[in-house]
Structures are given as C-alpha cells and as structure tokens.
Design a protein around this ligand. Structure first.
Ligand code: NAP
Length: 477
C-alpha cells in the first residue's frame, strides 16, 4: 500500500514534492498550509519592490520551463504566479489543506501523529517538513516598540492599507529586503530615514525586461531555456561560489562592490558609512542597482548611531530623536530556529528542540537521527549565498522520493549514526574555508556562532551527494 505522507508547507519546497509525488502516481499525500494561499515566502513578502536576485530561469523548477517570465530577475508577483501555475498544471491544489497550521508531530514507533492548531489529529507514515528558513519574521527587541504613536509593521507583513505618501518613514535594517523596498518607499514618502546597524556589500543587478524577440525565442526555440539556465548555473558556480570559499574571485567581488559604491555614491561621508568592515559574502551580498541611488536622495538620511529605544514620536538613537509617522522593521527572520514553533517528538519521546539545542543539524540537511521517516526540505545547511535554492530543493526531493518509495519494503527509515557523523565531519571540514564563518554575525549563524543555515560547497557537489542511492545511509527504525 502507498505510504500516507504529510507535507507541511506549500511554498517552493512543499509544492515541488507534491508535484513529484503526483507525477509518480502517488496521490496519498496531504499538504498542510497554515495560510490561505500557497507560495510561502513569496506569498508573505509583498513589500514594494519585492523580487528575487537570482535570475528567473534559474529560480524555477527544472521540470517546469516557463514561457511567461518577463524579466531577467523575477518580481514577487511573477514568482507567485509561477507557483500558482505549477500547482494547477500538476493538479496538486486538491491535496492542499489551507488555513491548517501543524503545531505538533510525534512518532509512536511506527507512525507520525500530526496535531493542528484547530485541535485535529491525523496519522501518517512519513512527514516532510517544508516550512522554509525565512518564514518567521523577526521583530527586533528594541525597548518602547509598543508605545509608538504611528503605524509600524515588518517588511514581510506589509500593511497595504497604510498610504506612505508624504509621510515621515523610518526603515530599520539594511539587508536585501530593505535594499529592495527603500527605493520604492523613498519615491512616495515625504522623508525617509534608514537606520543601518551594519553596512552590506552591494553589487549591481543587471536586470532588464526581455524584449519580444527574446521572449519568443525562449518560448519557442527548443533547448534555448535549458541552455540559458545551464549557463546561469555554471556562471554563479564558477564565479560567485569561489568568492565565498576564499577562492580566486573573492578579490574580484570586493573590487566590483567597491566600484559600484564609488560609481553610485559621490559623497565620501556617506560612502564611508556604507563601506562594510568584513569580507563580501560574510553576510548575504545585496544585489541591487537602485539601493545606493535612493540613499543619496536629499529627502533620505542614513543614520548609523545605535538605536536606544522607540519613543511615541519616532526612533531615539544615541544622536537624538528621529521623528516618524511610520516604522518599517526590515529586520529579517528567525532563521536558526528551524521548524519552530512546531513541537516535534521522535523515537523514544525525544524532543527535536532539545536535540538541536546547540544548533540544528541534519544528514544532507534532510534527515535527523532518532526521527525516523521525518524529512526536511530546505533544512539545516542547505541555504546558498550564490545559487538557486530551488535547485537545492529539487536535489532534496529526489532523495526523499527514493526514501518514500522504499518505505513499503523497509518500514520506517532512520539515518544511521555513522552516516550522520561522516556528514558532520565533511560539513565541518568544508565550512572552515567559508567566508561567513569568521568576521561578522549574520542570519546564517546561531548567536553562539555555529553556521546552521548554509551549505559550504558548490551546489553541484550537493547534487552529487543527494543523487547517491540513499538506503545505505539508513536503517530500519
Ligand atoms: P536580514 O538580511 O537578516 O537583514 C536584517 C537587517 O535588519 C540587517 O540590516 C540587520 O542589521 C538589521 N537589524 C536587525 N535587528 C536590528 C536591530 N535590533 N537594530 C537595528 N538593526 C537591526 O533580513 P532581510 O533583509 O529580510 O533578508 C533576509 C534574507 O532573505 C536575505 O539575506 C536573502 O537571502 C533573502 N532575501 C532575498 C531576496 C532576493 O532578492 N532573493 C530579497 C529579500 C530577501 P545587522 O546586519 O547589524 O544584523
């Protein structure tokens, strides 16, 4: 009998697995989605200017080449439309249970019991967690936030009912989300103050709309999309990845970022504020051509003094109070708390939160000792700073599909301790040379400094590792 499979999350990961299952003729799966719509982070992040800095033809499923991309780099609405298109084309929408949040998952020695926020409970043979790494907004812990007189919200929970026209807006944060929304907010606001705690390295985004001829060719010429995607993949693997691994292009990347700053910011004082004191890639490099020009506008200030508290009339820093009508918290996500707040209990009553106390870790980022038949998509150490996460997700889905196919013969599969230990050794060794280990704090790391989010190798190596037949790494639980 086909195993009953629960997938938690209907973003890029959950949908990918659902589609693969459907295409394999396996219909015995349910996708639990806490929100009313699919798309995950691309449903949630609707701030003005939201988009992706990985090219459209790479930031998409290999099996669903799409003729409707209008730009080299996709905007949020296009990505969401793509995911909606995939869900319909592959007929997986009927398996999605919307507005159903999974809050508990526990293994009884043979099966998984899932509990929902609504109080329902259901039993499955296998559970695949596809909740993402950037799914829970992180509001900062600044005193006085609740006493602010104006309107405030997180970048991933944009308040579209709040008109920014003519208002004094404060944006706290200067990461990738802030860099995308600041140019749009600056156009509308009466005055914008950007609160930057740490500057980021920024490189240009060579975005452009595809002309009619290019769109037609990409749609109709056999193999062209595939060749373009292959070229994009090889380009980022061969140029960007070495820059993150202490290789030949690290100096090139830094020169490019410095030249971009020089070209776009004439004022030496502002340029000094925007120059990072750590190597490029330690924090996620911002890829954007509109960010710096927005910061040079006469109605935009960049404040680097430390924020002391939020006061009813605005933001108080060590330099004084900056009055604001609106505060946008572009302060990122709770990235190292994988799967939280879902309470996951494995074999012999073991709590996943306890096992991951020193930082989340999983074999290939997919499987966890003591948690048989639990699989993760975009789990620990599978994020990239240089290539498409969708590629990584597809590698994971291939591995998980092979495990799921084996379940009827093998029973519950648990990763072997020796496979886990070998993986950890390999990861730790590869991690040593990576730029994000030392020199800065970032969302890739726990507060104690363990890198739990990023994969330290090229994406092509991850594909090779996940393409191996999985069963030798597992035992029957
Ligand atoms: P982020 O990179 O974590 O940036 C958060 C920003 O908020 C940082 O500048 C941080 O400063 C600042 N911050 C946090 N707490 C603060 C506090 N208490 N006081 C002052 N400043 C504070 O988050 P994000 O910009 O949302 O981006 C997260 C990730 O999402 C990106 O790295 C990227 O992978 C992804 N993303 C991708 C795209 C894309 O184009 N593909 C677009 C948007 C987001 P510090 O640096 O000092 O901590």
């Amino acid at each position: 009998m086909a195993p009953r499979i629960a997938i938690v999350g209907a973003g890029f990961g959950g949908l990918c697995l659902a589609i693969r299952l459907r295409r394999a003729g396996i219909g015995s799966f349910t996708v639990f989605e806490k929100a009313a719509g699919l798309g995950g982070t691309w449903r949630d992040n609707t701030y003005p200017g939201a988009g992706c800095d990985i090219p459209s033809h790479l930031y998409s499923y290999s099996f669903e080449r799409y003729g409707s991309w209008t730009r080299r780099y996709p905007e949020q609405s296009e990505i969401l439309a793509y995911l909606e298109h995939c869900a319909d084309k592959y007929d997986v929408r009927r398996n999605i249970r919307f507005n159903t949040e999974v809050v508990r998952a526990s293994f009884d020695g043979a099966r998984w019991h899932l509990g929902t926020a609504g109080g329902d409970s259901e039993t499955f043979d296998a559970v695949v967690m596809a909740v993402g790494q950037l799914n829970r907004p992180r509001l900062p812990d600044i005193p006085g936030m609740s006493g602010f007189r104006g309107t405030s919200f997180h970048s991933a929970r944009w308040n579209h009912d709040h008109d920014l026209t003519g208002r004094r807006v404060a944006v706290i944060g200067s990461g990738s989300s802030a860099a995308q929304l600041i140019p749009r907010v600056a156009e509308r606001a009466g005055h914008l103050t950007v609160f930057q705690r740490t500057p980021n390295w920024v490189i240009p985004k060579p975005d452009a709309a595809f002309g009619p001829a290019a769109r037609l060719a990409l749609r109709l010429v056999p193999g062209l999309q595939w060749a373009y995607r292959g070229w994009l993949f090889r380009y980022v693997e061969n140029t960007l990845y070495p820059a993150l691994a202490g290789g030949w292009s690290a100096a090139v990347l830094e020169r490019r970022a410095r030249a971009h700053l020089r070209a776009q910011v004439a004022d030496p004082e502002l340029r000094a504020k925007l120059t990072p004191g750590y190597p490029p890639g330690c924090k996620r490099v911002v890829i954007d051509s509109a960010f710096y020009p927005a910061l040079t506008r006469p109605d935009v200030d960049v404040v680097t003094e430390r924020i002391v508290r939020i006061v009813p009339e605005g933001v108080e820093t060590t330099g004084g109070t900056h009055e604001a009508d609106t505060i946008v918290y572009a302060t990122g996500f709770r990235t190292t708390e994988f799967l939280a707040p879902i309470e996951v209990t494995g074999r012999d009553g073991r709590a996943l939160a306890g096992q991951w106390n020193g930082g989340a870790h999983a074999y290939l980022g997919i499987s966890v000792p003591h948690f048989p038949n639990l699989f993760l998509l975009y789990g620990p150490n599978t994020n990239l700073g240089h290539n498409s996460i969708v590629f990584m997700i597809e590698c994971q889905v291939r591995h998980i599909m092979a495990c799921l196919r084996a379940l009827p013969r093998h029973g519950p599969l648990e990763v072997r301790p020796e496979a886990m230990a070998a993986w950890t050794r390999q990861l730790d060794r590869a991690m040593e040379r990576m730029v994000w280990v030392n020199g800065c704090q970032s969302w890739y790391k726990t507060p104690e400094g363990r890198v739990t989010n990023n994969w330290p190798g090229p994406a092509a190596l991850y594909r090779r590792l996940t393409a191996r037949p999985p069963l030798p790494a597992y035992r029957r639980a």
